[in-house]
Write a new protein. Structure first.
Length: 398
């Protein structure tokens, strides 16, 4: 087991004396989101928002992207918040579409099946007991484990499964493995759990650096499975810490702890979270890579901030140390900053929720896409964070 350094919290004063979010603040923020969902419900019943907006407006796309379920997840949250059947009906239409997608194998040759089927069919099954949704999500889990590599013990993120140049995982994986843990629970078949747990342990050993920052992606030797090197696909550099990747760690690590009860995940979650918090700017909303701070002239990533809040709120359930009040105050500060300064309240022409997110600034096939735009996962995680405040007993979809 590698030794990951804990930076602690370097500026505790930054996270002190932050007033709690009032129920009025939370309800006003959620009501605004419901208003925006209502404006787009007809457009996004048989179509979905694109991953990122263009001039703050999401184009409508078919069910082909790794991001489609974030909108469906928002519909399930809207159904929980309002009790209005119209959101459930549209979510059910979309879950039928997700069933068609896995049945016909439409754009499912990647590891993001966890994102796609947890927020659509797993969430729907948990809320409604719909058996077809359960069976659909199990089929997605079956597809996901076909990407598992015994040499290295990880789930290959992208690329053809026989491509030696694609022999890698990415930190986003921590939000995909809950689908496998869940599949073991509902089927009684341990193979899903074992693959998910092995993968999560491999990621812990390799994609998280010794200083508790994170690589975006990590490569393994395809002949031996031995760890090879870390790199970035969307961060500033191979040595920097891409903000959304760090946030995936902040949220994904406690999720693996929930299912495995392996304390190493909870310990790492705190260390990764502290690294993230130590690099927040004055208004608490991170820049797109944590190498940047105030005065850099770089773009923020509001979506990474929203993801991190959900992760801290989950971690807080399982810790009782000096970090807990820091995380509690950090969540308040981030959500309040997002609510007051980053939403589309003053941009009525937008069909998104959170402004100033970044999909892919620097590298990869999506380079320059969704820069300083709305990103649909940011909208989802912001809504999830608010639901956590609104309903203290909110049950995880993950």
């Amino acid at each position: 087991m590698k030794n990951i350094t804990d930076e602690g919290i370097k500026n505790k004063a930054k996270f002190e004396n932050i007033p709690p979010l009032t129920q009025e603040e939370v309800k006003n923020a959620l009501d605004f989101i419901i208003k925006k969902i209502d404006e787009s419900l007809d457009t996004f019943t048989h179509k979905y928002p694109a991953p990122a907006s263009i001039n703050n407006v999401y184009p409508a796309i078919d069910n082909i992207e790794w991001t489609n379920s974030f909108w469906t997840g928002m519909l399930w949250l809207a159904y929980e918040y309002t009790g209005d059947e119209k959101y459930r009906k549209v979510a059910e239409i979309q879950c039928e579409d997700f069933a068609n997608r896995i049945e016909k194998q439409i754009c499912v040759d990647h590891h993001d099946l966890g994102f796609l089927y947890t927020l659509s069919c797993v969430a729907g099954y948990k809320l409604t007991g719909n058996e077809k949704m359960k069976e659909t999500a199990i089929k997605a889990a079956d597809k996901l484990i076909t990407r598992y590599k015994e040499k290295g013990q990880f789930i290959q993120a992208w690329g053809a499964v026989d491509d030696p140049k694609a022999y890698r995982l990415i930190i986003d994986c921590y939000l995909n493995v809950p689908l496998l843990y869940w599949a073991s629970e509902v089927t009684g078949d341990k193979k899903y759990y074992e693959i998910g747990y092995n993968h999560a342990k491999t990621a812990l050993e390799n994609v998280i650096r010794d200083d508790s920052s994170t690589f975006h992606t990590f490569y393994f030797n395809p002949e031996t499975g031995a760890p090879d090197h870390g790199a970035t696909a969307q961060g500033y550099s191979d040595d920097s810490s891409w903000a959304r990747g760090q946030a995936w760690g902040v949220y994904g690590l406690p999720l693996s702890y929930i299912y495995t009860k392996d304390e190493k995940f909870l310990d790492a979650a705190e260390k990764v979270t502290n690294f993230f918090l130590n690099r927040l700017p004055e208004d608490y909303v991170c820049y797109w890579d944590l190498i940047f701070g105030d005065g850099s002239g770089q773009c923020r990533d509001s979506s990474a901030a929203a993801i991190a809040v959900c992760g801290m709120m989950e971690t807080m359930k399982y810790i009782n140390d000096d970090y807990k009040p820091v995380y509690e105050n950090a969540c308040r500060a981030i959500v309040r900053s997002l609510s007051e300064n980053y939403t589309t309240v003053t941009t009525p022409e937008s069909n998104g929720i959170l402004l100033h997110a970044v999909y892919a600034m620097a590298n990869g096939v999506n380079k320059g896409n969704g820069v300083d735009e709305c990103n649909i996962w940011g909208d989802y995680y912001y809504m999830e964070a608010l639901m956590r405040y609104y309903n203290k007993d909110w049950k995880l979809y993950w």
